[in-house]
Design a protein around this ligand. Structure first.
Ligand code: HEC
Ligand code: HEC
Length: 368
């Protein structure tokens, strides 16, 4: 095979593997089960975690992440200002898409294969075993480490090159190309999204073309601590001693207590077709997610539980000693209790109308 043919085969293998539930111990779970094309390659439903494990009995700890546009992500690093940037997973612990793919294939809460050799055995029984051998050599399946590595690289090649995952085919992309205008509500939403005194959303979810004219990704792949309320749907969260600490759970950042509670900024592309939001799946609609953003500090009683004396337990998903990590300085989180939220109800609806322009596969109804 020449390089082009090899790339094509590798893409095909990656795509087949991504959709193949026979790669899991249960025989029922594929990557696509938790990363559905109908939902921006994230959770196909409103569950905080998706069933996994050998008997689909396992409880996941976090919500499925959206997989679009990750070809533009990098390994974890500190940018020139010292900001934690890049990495895969909500806490950045994998350095590439291939490394990431090992997680679910071998994870007991996901596809639950006990070891690499059981994955390679499943490849040899798959419908694409011949293509795998043709692509990587007749004896590839005899070398467990090499075959497993090739599988993860193929899954990476699929994610990086799939036109579905990296489409730039939303209404907003057509608008940026100068082909169409936005509706009035969408245009108001965009202005609020960008306004540093109002939504200030673009400071973490960039919305402009970059210097080279590339369309925005609506994530800068950095991390932030939003103080998202605890979600008891995540079974472990019923143990009061358990906390998902995000970025400081990354093995080399255990000492960086200041980073505890920070999670990676997700892209807002295709957020309009997701049914569950944030790392713990706490919110099930954009309306709730955005109202939380602007009312977290003005109306904390709406979002957090109360103790026996009626005191609101703000930031209840972090140990008290770490509450000071929550971002309370930037717009839209800088308000105090009782103040007016930075966005009112109508403005929230406008921002939501704008977020819906970020859904890929948009077709201009006015053209033929
Ligand atoms: C049982 C559900 C489940 C299955 C199966 C699953 N994932 Fe995921 N995926 C998740 C969850 C949950 C996360 C976030 C986990 C975390 O942060 O610890 C995630 C995160 C990811 C990420 C990181 C995205 C980012 O922005 O950093 C990628 C890439 C990914 N999955 C790809 C895959 C691939 C490829 C497969 C198949 C080999 C797969 N997933 C199988 C649930 C699943
Ligand atoms: C300071 C950085 C920052 C700002 C400003 C910001 N976000 Fe976010 N956004 C994040 C981070 C980090 C997450 C993930 C947090 C988590 O899961 O704990 C997130 C998550 C989201 C999600 C959930 C997406 C998903 O798939 O789970 C939505 C929707 C969202 N932001 C919209 C907005 C809007 C609209 C604004 C402006 C009103 C905004 N964000 C302002 C950092 C930011």
């Amino acid at each position: 095979m020449n390089t082009k043919e090899l790339e094509k085969s590798e893409f095909a293998i990656g795509q087949l593997a991504f959709n193949d539930a026979t790669l899991s111990a249960s025989g029922k779970v594929s990557c696509a089960s938790c990363h559905s094309p109908s939902a921006g390659f994230s959770a196909p439903n409103a569950l905080a975690f998706q069933p996994g494990g050998k008997y689909l009995e396992a409880h996941g700890l976090r919500a499925s992440q959206p997989l679009g546009y990750l070809v533009y992500n990098t390994a974890f690093h500190w940018d020139e200002k010292g900001t934690p940037t890049g990495g895969f997973f909500w806490d950045g612990r994998a350095n590439s898409l291939a490394e990431q793919a090992m997680g679910p294939l071998l994870g007991e809460r996901e596809m639950a294969n006990p070891d690499k050799s059981s994955v390679v055995q499943k490849i040899s029984q798959s419908q694409w075993a011949d293509l795998f051998k043709k692509t990587y050599g007749a004896n590839i399946l005899n070398d467990v480490d090499a075959a497993f590595l090739k599988l993860t690289q193929a899954v990476e090649t699929f994610q990086k090159n799939s036109p579905l995952l990296n489409a730039f085919s939303s209404k907003y992309d057509a608008y940026l190309r100068g082909e169409i205008q936005l509706e009035a509500a969408e245009a108001r939403g965009l202005a609020l999204f960008n306004d540093e005194e109002k939504g200030n959303c673009a400071s973490c979810h960039p919305s402009d073309k970059d210097k080279k004219g590339r369309h925005p990704l609506f994530t800068d792949f950095t991390y932030d601590n939003l103080g998202v309320p605890r979600n008891l749907e995540i079974i472990e969260n019923n143990n009061p001693k358990y906390f998902d600490l995000g970025l400081c759970d990354k093995p080399d950042l255990k000492e960086r207590k200041d980073l505890c509670g920070a999670f990676k900024v997700p892209t807002l592309r295709n957020a309009g077709v997701r049914q569950v939001y944030f790392h713990n799946g706490k919110f099930k609609s954009l309306k709730d997610a955005l109202t939380f953003y602007v009312q977290r500090d003005t109306h904390p009683e709406k979002w957090y539980p109360k103790d026996a004396k009626g005191k609101v337990l703000k930031f209840d998903d972090l140990p008290v000693a770490l509450h000071s990590n929550v971002n309370v300085k930037e717009v839209p989180y800088q308000k105090k209790k009782g103040e007016q939220p930075t966005l009112n109800d109508q403005e929230i609806d406008d921002v939501i109308a704008f977020i819906h322009t970020l859904t890929d596969g948009w077709k201009d109804q006015t053209r033929r």
